[in-house]
Design a protein around this ligand. Structure first.
Ligand code: F6R
Length: 613
């Protein structure tokens, strides 16, 4: 977690850094800080809370300098406090570091450095980096200061272990900003007479769309007019920058009060853009030829949180359309379970950010088994996409709100495209059946356009129920994961207790938590399970629940007879219906959180990318 940014150029770096931190706040917002090199000395300002607090504190000090680094923190080692906020310095106060990730051996290093006389000011793992560089500099006596710093950084990297990305400035090298990437994200923005270092592209996208995605173990040396990348052996390499097509506007709120709301409304476009790739040769994207697809014996899906729910829907798709057995695991569990060996396995990791530590760890385990690996991911150049054999990009644009919405529906769409492609390749689907399913998929974006019109109806209902202390979501078959997702969304942004269940399960326990007035949301499109859902409505209503039925045209009258409120979602095919059904639940979470005055885009205790285990 955490967001880092660095600037080196000809202008005052402070504004660039504060603006960049605001864009990175989704990565953590417990505290923030900047260090600016001003007249040969470091001026550091840190503040607990959001970047807005840091901005206020920085205005008071008004530092000026063309080289600076900044950090927004999601606390791992040490509570959120000013002392634990980054940037962190060495004993001399001449070396300053911002860091994202975890230094796993920091305790041992801290003890060793303390024994050597180093004095620590914080509880963080990060501070050992600054002191180690200081210590290593003592042993690199020859060469120019810039070479000495590089050597000290290289030695430091050999001594620290874990996943980390960091930026470092030394007062003796005023024209140099060094960045290090090892399993935590770090990208470089190349500008005109100015260059940037950041955890993610939106931090500098306003200034340049020329981006270098660093590889594991690389070090980057940034100067105002020059970028030098060294590979893990220390050899210079000449990577080609990527031009990012996202514009700044896409990464902004576009007139909506919150990113979450904007991103719900982005969904028709997000699906359209995701499907554009699916229209191309999907087999090629998968990195699988027809023979390989035909021979697949099993699929393992690995993901966390919302992406895991997309994986659960994907299981129904692959088993239905391709007839291949599928297991879906939470990435944090997959790593630790025994996996019976089986050749011809495809492991699919689903992740919006491509930086989720658990997902990356799990897919690495799948690789060790020799499984072919596929990422379904939204972020170009992310660690996951570089770890997997191939990637299907969801292309839904930057998702800034911590609560995932458009990435979720794009991930399910990608799973559907994958499932029917596998089905066609292995003969489980005839060409006629494939064409029919594919045509339905292509119509999805239009139906999504209709579905987002539901906001007003949902918003209206939330006035009545937003004070309830618990909410229940029920669904069956492909809509069961949507019940889980509806509950997760509501928990995340409104801090209300919410649970999702398979509707058939309620009588096996969960029904006991229903009281008079408990809102229960029923996902009940008109499909083969509609009758069963009608019964579930009655069971809940008999216990006093306030039942909201989410159905499709045609189901309205019957749903009305067993519920207190009916939402009608546009109809698509049975298997695509969950992609539309989640939309009213996204609006529901948004509006309940809004009425409760919650911080919707940055809910407490959460961060957008969970880059620690
Ligand atoms: C929920 C949410 C999280 C993420 C999860 C995985 O709204 O955002 O549950 O889905 O942390 O993140 P990615 O998809 O980036 O791997």
């Amino acid at each position: 977690m955490c967001g880092i940014i660095g600037y080196i150029g000809k202008k005052n770096s402070v504004g660039y850094i504060i603006d960049g931190l605001k864009k990175l706040e989704y990565r953590g917002y417990d505290s923030a800080g900047v260090s600016i090199l001003q007249d040969g000395k470091l001026v550091t300002v840190r503040a607990v809370g959001k970047v807005a607090e840091l901005e206020k504190a920085t205005l008071q000090v008004s530092p000026r300098g063309t080289l600076g680094i900044g950090h927004t923190r999601w606390a791992t080692h040490g509570k959120p406090s000013e002392e634990n906020s980054h940037p962190h310095t060495d004993c001399s106060g001449e070396i300053v570091v911002v860091h994202n990730g975890i230094i796993e051996n920091y305790l041992v290093l801290r003890e060793q450095l303390t024994a050597l006389g180093h004095r620590f000011k914080s509880e963080t793992d990060t501070e050992v980096i600054a002191h180690l560089i200081e210590e290593n500099l003592k042993h690199v006596r020859s060469g120019k200061e810039e070479e000495r710093l590089l050597k000290a950084v290289q030695k430091t990297n050999k001594e620290i272990s874990g996943a980390f990305a960091y930026g470092v400035i030394w007062t003796h090298t005023p024209d140099l900003l060094i960045g290090v990437k090892n399993q935590s994200p770090l990208v470089v923005g190349i500008g005109k007479d100015e260059n940037f270092l950041a955890s993610d592209v939106p931090a500098f996208l306003q200034h340049t769309n020329k981006v270098l995605f660093l590889e594991e173990g690389e070090i980057v040396l940034l100067r105002a007019g020059q970028v030098t990348v060294l590979d893990k052996n220390g050899d210079e390499k000449k990577p080609k920058p990527t031009k990012i097509s996202w514009d700044q506007k896409t990464a902004q709120k576009g007139g909506y009060d919150h990113f979450m709301l904007k991103e719900i409304y982005d969904q028709p476009q997000a699906l359209e853009d995701t499907l554009r790739t699916a229209r191309a040769d999907f087999g090629k994207i998968l990195g699988l030829d027809t023979t390989a697809m035909r021979g697949l014996k099993q699929v393992h899906i690995i993901a966390c949180g919302t992406a895991y729910h997309a994986g659960l829907v994907g299981k129904y798709y692959i088993e239905q359309f391709a007839g291949i057995p599928v297991s879906v695991d939470l990435a944090s569990e997959y790593k630790y379970r025994t996996i019976p060996h089986q050749t011809k396995t495809l492991a699919i990791a689903i992740s919006q950010s491509g930086e989720t530590a658990d997902t990356i760890g799990a897919i690495k385990k799948a690789k060790e088994f020799g499984f072919r690996t596929l990422a379904i991911c939204n972020v170009l150049g992310s660690t996951l996409t570089r770890t997997c054999d191939s990637t299907f990009f969801t292309h839904c644009g930057p998702e800034i709100s911590v609560a995932s919405t458009k990435a979720f529906t794009s991930q399910i769409t990608a799973m559907y495209a994958l499932a029917i492609t596998l089905g066609l390749a292995n003969g489980n689907l005839s060409k006629t059946a494939f064409d029919k399913l594919y045509r339905e998929l292509l119509r999805l974006s239009k139906s999504m356009g209709e579905t987002v019109k539901m906001e007003y109806t949902v918003r209206h209902l939330t006035r009545k129920i937003y004070k309830a202390d618990r909410f229940i979501f029920l669904g069956r078959h492909v809509n069961f994961p949507i019940a889980l997702e509806g509950a997760l969304k509501l928990k995340e942004v409104s801090y209300r207790a919410a649970e999702g269940f398979a509707a058939g399960e309620i009588k096996h326990g969960p029904i006991s938590i229903i009281e008079k007035g408990t809102p229960v949301f029923m996902l009940m499109p008109q499909d083969g399970l509609f009758e069963k859902m009608l019964s579930a409505c009655q069971e809940c209503r008999a216990r006093g629940a306030f039942v909201v039925a989410i159905t499709t045209p045609g189901g309205e009258a019957q749903a009305k007879s067993v519920s207190d409120k009916v939402f009608v979602v546009p109809q698509t095919s049975e298997f695509l219906q969950p992609i539309l059904n989640v939309v009213p639940l996204q609006f529901l979470a948004y509006w309940i959180a809004k009425r409760l005055g919650c911080d919707i885009d940055q809910p407490r205790n959460l961060a957008k990318s969970v880059t620690v285990e």
